[in-house]
Design a protein around this ligand. Structure first.
Ligand SMILES: Cc1cc2nc3c(=O)[nH]c(=O)nc-3n(C[C@H](O)[C@H](O)[C@H](O)COP(=O)(O)OP(=O)(O)OC[C@H]3O[C@@H](n4cnc5c(N)ncnc54)[C@H](O)[C@@H]3O)c2cc1C
Length: 473
């Protein structure tokens, strides 16, 4: 197996999009097959050396950053093993990127629908964080598309888990109740659950996922993309709630951009209309049922909410659709760059709440974010279709930093009180422990530590992802 101990090479495995600093490791394992993963696990487990899995390094919570011990990268585990176009599934190694999967299945007129907007993320990383993205509104999260996984445990044992074939033993199910919203916070827990679900969203803390079987769907028929601009954020939110109430199964996503997001993007996209305060981006599949009516339907609804269809950006051909997709993707890229420039650990929410509570949560954001005299830079954007926005705060002084941390905690508490989650898609990693504890209490955290010890008694894997394993209790 390839082993690297050169500090310049190790440096390449100490970062992700969280901007969390201080990571360090003694070396990097670069396995090329499952046997080599087991070799690394055996060595680390027998010597109690911490081992952190690193994949695409696009995570936003520091999950792949080691703080001691060794890193193990999945970058050379990058083969698509099977692509069964008849039965619509693929078997892949964990280091295959989403863009590689997309390219391979597209040729066969198929689609892997979970759509985290960052295509350099790997399938192993997205399974380990139960990532989702724009199209989660229609197609759900990564969990919904994973049929089977192989997991290498610290003991060197391989679990081959096929959905529907192995229930999780009671001793491996947490006793807390998960919120009924899109969720990626903590170990999955549900009475009667499959064992496979415990390993989806485990953030590299229980085992190393070495092979994944994913379901595929037929490629979408033609789609229609639209970015609509609104005179106020409130009107834009009301527009989305009204459009969602129609429960149209052909809509793939609703994405929201607040006023500050549009201001931030204006430098790169100067043709954003003057005076607008919010935008909503929608993708809809054009089907036999809606092909003659969809344009008129949107025009009517938009007019009702003071957004003329003439001012919208329409994606009618593939070049324009790509442009709109890049416009959406530019937001996290811009904001991550800002955090990097200001050398700040990412301060952002990943909160989702139930649909009937979204308006209350939104009003809470706006009233808390902009008190008189505050100049704290903030933007709200994201997956409004799933009642899930990212509020990013960029403090410029130590006072603002304290205020920003206080605000995020306030949002977290409010979301929990409304039956929501502190993380709908990014996971907890090393920077959101406090919020996970707010959500499930110390008893929930103790439950998770107990489950971790069942699979990883020496506590070597993904140390301090989700919770602090060094806590004295
Ligand atoms: C611009 C941008 C946009 C983004 N948009 C979205 C979005 O829309 N939705 C979303 O959900 N996320 C989004 N993300 C976050 C990120 O892409 C996801 O969290 C993704 O799942 C991380 O995958 P990765 O391969 O980069 O994993 P890494 O960041 O390398 O690792 C993530 C975690 O998974 C663990 N891990 C990785 N591989 C394995 C394995 N084989 N076995 C066990 N554990 C493993 C790691 O130890 C770590 O804890 C975005 C990020 C960026 C930079």
């Amino acid at each position: 197996m390839l082993l690297k101990t050169d500090p310049d090479i190790i440096k390449g495995y100490l970062e992700d999009s969280s901007n969390l600093g201080g990571g360090h490791a003694d070396g990097v394992y670069i396995p090329q097959n499952e046997k080599e993963i087991i070799e690394a696990l055996n060595e680390c487990n027998s010597k109690k050396i911490p081992l952190t899995v690193s994949a695409g390094e696009t995570g936003t919570t520091g999950g792949c950053i080691p703080f001691g011990g060794w890193a193990l990268t999945t970058q050379k585990l990058n083969k698509i093993i099977t692509l069964d176009t008849e039965r619509k599934f693929a078997v892949v190694e964990p280091g295959v990127t989403l863009e590689e999967i997309e390219a391979a299945v597209k040729k066969e007129n198929l689609l892997y629908p979970p759509d985290p907007t960052e295509k350099t993320a790997t399938i192993g990383g997205t399974v380990s964080t139960n990532a989702s993205g724009g199209r989660g509104y229609r197609f759900g999260s990564t969990r919904d598309w994973v049929r089977r996984i192989k997991v290498a445990l610290p003991s060197g044992e391989i679990l081959d888990l096929k959905r529907g074939e192995k229930k999780a033993p009671l001793s491996t199910i947490s006793t807390y109740t998960m919120p009924r919203v899109k969720n990626a916070a903590g170990y999955f827990a549900k009475p009667g659950m499959d064992l496979i679900d415990l390993f989806i969203g485990q953030e590299g803390t229980l085992g190393i996922i070495s092979e994944i079987e994913i379901s595929l769907s037929p490629a979408l028929a033609e789609t229609f993309d639209i970015v609509a601009f609104f005179p106020s954020e409130k009107i834009a939110v009301d527009f989305v709630l009204s459009a969602k109430a129609k429960k149209d199964p052909s809509i793939n996503f609703f994405e929201f951009f607040d006023e500050n997001t549009l201001q931030m993007l204006k430098k790169t996209y100067p043709h954003i209309p003057e005076g607008v305060k919010a935008a909503v981006y929608i993708e809809q599949e054009i089907t036999a049922q809606n092909e003659n009516t969809y344009l008129e339907d949107w025009a009517q609804l938009l007019e009702k909410y003071k957004a003329s269809i003439d001012s919208c950006w329409l994606g009618m051909d593939s070049a324009k659709k790509e442009e709109l997709k890049n416009f959406r993707h530019a937001i996290p890229e811009h904001i991550n760059e800002l955090f990097k420039t200001h050398k700040l650990v990412k301060l952002a929410t990943d909160i989702a709440v139930p649909t009937d509570k979204f308006k209350e949560m939104y009003d809470f954001y706006t009233s808390s974010l902009n008190p008189p005299g505050s100049s704290l830079f903030n933007i709200k954007f994201g997956h409004i279709g799933e009642n899930h926005l990212h509020v990013n705060l960029l403090p410029k002084s130590s006072e603002e930093k304290i205020a920003a941390k206080g605000l995020i905690l306030k949002f977290v508490k409010k979301a929990i009180s409304l039956g929501g989650t502190i993380s709908a898609e990014h996971g907890v990693g090393k920077i959101k422990h406090q919020y996970l504890k707010e959500m499930y209490g110390q008893a929930g955290i103790d439950d998770m530590i107990r489950i971790k010890k069942t699979f990883d008694p020496n506590l070597i894997l993904g140390r301090n992802n989700m919770f602090d394993v060094d806590r004295k209790s």
